[in-house]
Design a protein around this ligand. Structure first.
Ligand SMILES: Nc1nc2c(ncn2[C@@H]2O[C@H](COP(=O)(O)OP(=O)(O)OP(=O)(O)O)[C@@H](O)[C@H]2O)c(=O)[nH]1
Ligand SMILES: [Mg+2]
Length: 190
């Protein structure tokens, strides 16, 4: 379990990140896909990470210290059109600079909405992660909103798209799905 968790700091530029050189796992995906909620679920906390039903909730790079051994990093989402261009551009710049420049970033937890097929913005993110060589694990979110059949179909679709079976269907309403992802993250860290 990721039990000993506390909010550490919010930053807008990399020079302000913690200096302890601990490894980082970052949560990346479209706005509203469920990044902050998944972190709460992994922490077994209700509201430590701020969530919202309106896209665009996370606007800063938020650091959480976990078990004094790893940082979990909540990031702003992408793909949300309904905000002023200038502000959106600033978030994207933060996001891209964090992913490409944070030396401690070990793993990206890449969240994709299980209900949809891959969107252009997700495809771009995937290609970019592959290009810069950051390891990532895919979490298909909100699976409680799908029937069993549809979920099987979506899993197959995404494993073919990404040529991997390393795909974790998750729902914050299904503890077992969270435990499986948690196990994977733990193994990765060890
Ligand atoms: N049904 C269901 N709803 C979920 C799940 N995960 C997240 N949500 C809902 O989706 C909405 C967005 O969740 P957030 O965790 O704030 O999403 P985010 O990716 O952090 O969004 P931004 O910070 O805006 O980029 C909230 O209303 C959550 O309650 C899930 O597994 N199942
Ligand atoms: Mg968020």
């Amino acid at each position: 379990m990721f039990i000993n968790v506390e909010f550490e700091k919010s930053i807008t530029k990399l020079s302000d990140k913690p200096h302890d050189k601990l490894p980082e796992i970052a949560f990346v995906g479209r706005s509203n896909v469920g990044k902050s909620s998944l972190m709460n679920a992994l922490f077994n906390r209700k509201n430590l990470v701020k969530t919202s039903s309106t896209p665009g909730k996370t606007q800063l790079i938020n650091y959480f210290m976990v078990n004094n051994e790893v940082h979990f990093v909540d990031l702003p989402g992408y793909g949300y059109a309904k905000i002023p261009k200038k502000i959106y551009a600033k978030w994207q710049e933060m996001l891209e600079s964090y992913i490409s420049k944070s030396e401690e970033l070990r793993l990206v937890c890449f969240l994709i909405d299980s209900r949809h097929n891959l969107m252009d913005s997700d495809q771009q993110m995937a290609e970019w992660l592959l290009y810069i060589g950051t390891p990532f694990v895919i979490a298909l979110t909100k699976t409680d909103k799908l029937s069993k059949n549809k979920l099987t179909q979506q899993k197959k679709y995404f494993s073919e798209k990404f040529q991997t079976n390393h795909i974790f269907p998750v729902s914050i309403k299904n503890k077992n799905s969270i435990n499986l992802l948690e196990k994977h993250l733990k193994n990765f860290l060890n």
